[in-house]
Write a protein that binds this ligand. Structure first.
Ligand SMILES: NC(=O)c1ccc[n+]([C@@H]2O[C@H](COP(=O)([O-])OP(=O)(O)OC[C@H]3O[C@@H](n4cnc5c(N)ncnc54)[C@H](O)[C@@H]3O)[C@@H](O)[C@H]2O)c1
Length: 273
């Protein structure tokens, strides 16, 4: 490859991916490793991460697995210790772990709101804080870095059945912008950007399609997918995990070194329509 294009890779870097056991997180972790990073795969499902890390290691790539519940401050501290003991370096954090809870707003409960806030937004606060305080100059790792936060198109526009999920994703967008500006102004060398997928074919994507059935917009999930493709997504297809991984790789790499505080939609044109 032309030497100038190596900025699109992650050679020599250490990347952490949360929720790496399946779906978008798994795809990003695999691509980051192929791009040259040493990748720490983390999830509440440690076994899944171990299987993926073993597969990557067999391919001659660098990966490790650990259990990290993104809502646990103790687990984030443990991650820092694990990175010190592995490569003593940390360049990239992909805050990807999240859950979906749908429902019509009037049927949602405070218990649901508390749960989704904890897993989708408090976790991003904890991860961003841990990364920033250990990446900034003079700190544990001290080289700066890139933080990528998984938001959603539901954090930008309204979608029936998505109020409490969308509210957490709107908060992720806002936390990303504020922390991006703060870290830039105070010379941390830490970039923060939010990534906004449209409907992506994963288990969570299936849940979102089912939601349109549950609230009575369509009769079944096939109809839900057809409606999205024909009327709402200009490119006429659902997204796949690689669509998101390629965008995440750009934000993780030095090719985006002048990019901070943006919201990158990867949605087949949904939000532009
Ligand atoms: N799939 C979509 O259509 C879509 C669209 C927009 C945004 N997103 C966002 O992308 C991210 C990944 O979505 P996905 O579709 O791959 O989801 P997924 O449900 O397929 O996978 C989520 C992963 O997160 C893990 N996880 C859940 N709670 C956790 C916790 N407390 N600590 C650590 N790990 C935890 C799960 O074990 C799982 O491995 C989420 O933040 C989601 O909101 C997804």
């Amino acid at each position: 490859m032309n030497k100038e294009l190596s900025v699109f890779g992650l050679e020599g870097k250490v990347a952490v991916v949360t929720g790496a056991g399946t779906g978008i997180g798994e795809a990003c972790a695999r691509l980051f490793a192929k791009a040259g990073a040493a990748v720490m795969l983390s999830d509440i499902n440690r076994e899944a991460c171990e299987r993926i890390a073993a597969d990557l290691n067999e391919q001659g790539l660098q990966a490790r697995a650990m259990r990290l519940d993104v809502t646990s401050e103790a687990d984030w501290a443990e991650l820092k210790t694990a990175l010190q003991g592995w490569k003593n370096r940390w360049d990239v954090l992909l805050n990807n772990a999240g859950i979906y809870i749908g429902g019509m707003l009037e049927d949602n409960t405070i218990a649901q709101v508390s749960k989704i806030n904890q897993i989708n937004i408090e976790s991003v606060f904890l991860g961003t804080r841990t990364a920033a305080e250990s990446m900034k100059p003079g700190s544990t790792f001290g080289r700066g870095g890139s933080i990528i936060n998984l938001s959603s198109i539901a954090g930008l526009v309204g979608v029936p059945g998505h109020s409490i999920y969308g509210a957490t994703k709107g908060a992720v967008r806002s936390l990303s912008k504020h922390s991006a500006v703060e870290f830039a102004k105070f010379g941390y060398g830490v970039r923060v950007n939010s990534l906004h997928p449209g409907l992506i074919e994963t288990s969570m994507g299936d849940q979102a399609l089912q939601e349109f059935v549950d609230i009575g917009v369509v009769a079944n999930v096939d109809e839900a997918a057809a409606l999205l493709k024909s009327a709402m997504i200009p490119m006429g297809r659902l997204g796949n995990v690689k669509d998101i991984a390629y965008a995440a790789l750009f934000l993780a790499s030095d090719a985006s070194s002048y990019v901070t505080g943006i919201e990158l939609t990867v949605d087949g044109g949904f939000c532009a329509a």
